[in-house]
Structures are given as C-alpha cells and as structure tokens.
Design a protein around this ligand. Structure first.
Ligand code: SAH
Length: 248
C-alpha cells in the first residue's frame, strides 16, 4: 500500500517511520511511504507557503497555490488514483473501522495542515476526497494525525503485523475492548496472575478472556456494549456478570 504525506516538515517523520513495525514493512515492500515537501511546490524564492489571514486575526494560513499544485501533481502520477485526505478537526472521526477501510485502498495521500489551517478554497475546489479528525482537540499540525493514521492503517495491511492473529484480537476488532495480558513474573508485589492462565486448558482460557473483554467493555465503554451484537455465549456471560462486579 502506498501513502504520500504532504507536509511542510518532512523531517518530522524520520524517526517514527525508521523504527519497529513500519520500518520493517517499508523494508519488506509491504508499504511505500513518500514524504512530499509542500515547500517544493512554492513559487516563492524563499519557498514560503503561508501568509497572513485576510480579515486579520492571529496566526498564519497555508496558502492555496502550493497545495493545489502538489495535489494536482500527485493525482497526475501514473498508477492507482489516490484517495486524498486532509487531516482536520472538522473531519470524520478516525477509528478502527476507518483504518480497516483505508487498508483496502491502494494509495492514500495525507495532507497535513499547520498554523491556523489552510486556505478554504482548497476545500471549496474539492481537492480532498475526505477530511479525517483524530478527535475533538486541536493539534499544531496534521503530522501527528498523519502518523496515527499511517500506523493504525498499516496494522491492517496483510503481513505488517507479524502474527496476523494479533490484529484480529485487538481492541475494537469485534466491537469490544481487549482482554488483559500478563507475563512473567508469576507474582509481582503481591499481585498474582489469574490461575486459569496456567491451566493449559485452551477453552477455559478463551472463555475467561471473553468474560474479561465483556466485563471491561461494560465498565469502561457501555456505548460499545450497546452497539455490540452478542453471541449466545456473550449473552450468557453478560447475564452472569451484569450484576455487581465480582473479584476475579
Ligand atoms: N484553526 C483550526 C486548527 C488548526 S490546527 C481549527 O480551530 O479548527 C493546524 C492543523 O493541524 C490543521 O489544519 C490540521 O491539519 C491539524 N489538526 C489539528 N487538530 C487536528 C485533529 N484533531 N485531527 C486531525 N488533524 C488536526
């Protein structure tokens, strides 16, 4: 899968893309991530891409011309036509479902805003296929949002996460939060690991984990439980645990 990230700070991405899962996926050719320096599309001798807002007010605005030129150039490239996304607090809320949906696309362009934002005419002209928001807070630029999207989407690209199973078992994948995890030591500061995990009994462990998922989701995210279609097994567990929480 290919991503192009349009940014005025391409250097921002060096370390996160140079480590761990994404670095390995890039090496293996599972991902192709290109950093596009917005400044290289500026006509200005000083490669300026921002200007003061008309009407006054604080801060600067990313000007329309370099964004138009950059996106026209990216769209004109041969190969699969890209899905062009502007990272913006006004956008559709990014979540696991959107990440999975994006992993099915061949090429995604992520455009990072900065300062007060970008000239509205980029939106009016329909330069973007979609706007995505990380949530109801304001970042100083789209770069952190682009990294979050890159990482979450990449996890759904086949082969990127070594054990393909583990993605399917993560939080939200079946509409529930993940179950707890434990590793050595077996007891730490008086806190033992639940006995069932040493039973070697796969079915009991699976049931225990499912119960933990349902309990934790019920406690922390009742909205997810409300939207969840329970299996018969889930229904039986929920009926049992819906009362006052019991120690496990
Ligand atoms: N004045 C704007 C915020 C601009 S922040 C407003 O109040 O809505 C500068 C840039 O950071 C934005 O153009 C966008 O690209 C990025 N950004 C900020 N918050 C974001 C969020 N929650 N999700 C995705 N991108 C965000």
């Amino acid at each position: 899968m290919r991503f192009d990230v349009v940014t005025i700070f391409p250097g921002y991405f060096a370390s996160p893309l140079g480590e761990s899962l994404i670095a390995r996926a890039l090496d293996a050719g599972l991902l192709d991530i290109r950093l596009v320096d917005l400044r290289s599309f500026s006509d200005d001798p000083h490669r300026k891409v921002d200007d003061e807002p008309f009407g006054g007010g604080p801060g600067m605005v990313l000007a329309a011309p370099p964004i138009f030129t950059a996106l026209e150039a990216l769209r004109a490239e041969p190969g699969p036509s890209p899905w062009v996304v502007f990272l913006s607090p006004l956008g559709r809320r990014f979540d696991s479902r959107v990440a999975r949906e994006y992993a099915g696309r061949e090429r995604v362009v992520l455009v990072c805003g900065r300062y007060e934002g970008i000239d509205e005419r980029t939106r009016q002209a329909g330069l973007f296929d979609e706007e995505l928001s990380l949530g109801d807070f304001v970042l100083s630029g789209g770069e952190v949002a682009a990294l979050a999207v890159l990482e979450a989407v990449s996890r759904f690209v086949p082969g990127v996460v070594g054990d393909g199973e583990s993605v399917l078992r993560d939080s939200f994948e079946d509409g529930l939060l993940d179950h707890p995890h434990f590793t050595r030591p077996r007891e730490f500061r008086g806190l033992p690991v639940p006995e069932v995990l040493f039973s070697g009994h796969h079915e009991r462990i699976r049931l225990w984990r499912r119960e933990q998922q349902l309990r934790e989701t019920l406690r922390l995210r009742p909205d997810l439980i409300a939207a969840h279609t329970p299996t018969d097994e889930d229904r039986a567990i929920l009926a049992r645990v819906a009362g006052p929480p019991k120690a496990v």
